[in-house]
Design a protein around this ligand. Sequence first.
Ligand SMILES: NC(=O)c1ccc[n+]([C@@H]2O[C@H](COP(=O)([O-])OP(=O)(O)OC[C@H]3O[C@@H](n4cnc5c(N)ncnc54)[C@H](OP(=O)(O)O)[C@@H]3O)[C@@H](O)[C@H]2O)c1
Length: 254
Amino acid sequence: MTKIKQKSMKRFENKIAFVTGGSRGMGAAIVKRLASEGAHVVFTYSKSGEKAELLAKEVTEAGGLAKAVKADSDDAHDLTKAVNELVAEHGHIDILVNNAGIYNGKPFESHTLEEYEEIMNVNVRAVYLASHAAAPHFPAGGRVITIGSNMADNAVGPQTTLYTMSKSALQGFTRGLSRDLGAKGITVNLIQPGPVNTDMNPSDSELADFMRGRMALGEYGTTEDIAGLVSYLASEEGKFITGTAITIDGGLNA
Ligand SMILES: NC(=O)c1ccc[n+]([C@@H]2O[C@H](COP(=O)([O-])OP(=O)(O)OC[C@H]3O[C@@H](n4cnc5c(N)ncnc54)[C@H](OP(=O)(O)O)[C@@H]3O)[C@@H](O)[C@H]2O)c1
């Protein structure tokens, strides 16, 4: 008897995804996860060109589709251009993941206006700009997923004012945009990770011991933990979740 081999359909097959800051950390895990489930992923980087190209190569060699694009989230023109080029090439966008972010922990009094502007540009303005450029091009079922921080609800310690302020702004953005886009069947959600082992927050630092001591689970999360939640929210299963923040922090905020 001849066996008929059926090609199994991956859940993001034919979906176009755009991920900001995909060269390292959580962004790289999100790129890999979405691509492994069939999405055609375009991701940005600003400084880590080599890592970005290696990631695109790794995904492609594994049979996925990923392309790295240099676009600094601090530069409104660069970022908007990257979204516009994706739309020009593919005609639409299904999944937008606003992941790129920076942290600048230092005494409040020592912050400069330039530092304020950089953190607000990358962590907040870029989220607005990418979403604004993408919004007209989402079909029904489109997804906007932004990576915030558990610190929006719990500043945890000193020297976090600018970062916490920037991540809190994303809560209002998410609620508002969910109502602007909801009638078109597009969901808008905020993922608020707690400590996750990346260059931004290495799990072998002194700060990490402080964090672990305050977490219900007492352990750092992995980038794959966050990518899994992104995948769920981006999928059909996540279709009734919108306008909300989901904290994934090992119980730091509990
Ligand atoms: N790690 C944690 O514990 C934690 C906890 C809560 C929330 N978060 C949030 O999670 C997100 C990812 O953080 P992560 O831990 O993965 O950080 P990470 O390891 O420092 O990686 C940051 C990523 O963002 C990109 N990026 C930074 N500035 C950029 C810019 N101006 N333009 C374009 N891309 C830029 C980086 O690319 P280049 O190297 O190419 O610049 C890199 O790919 C951030 O929004 C962060 O605030 C992290």
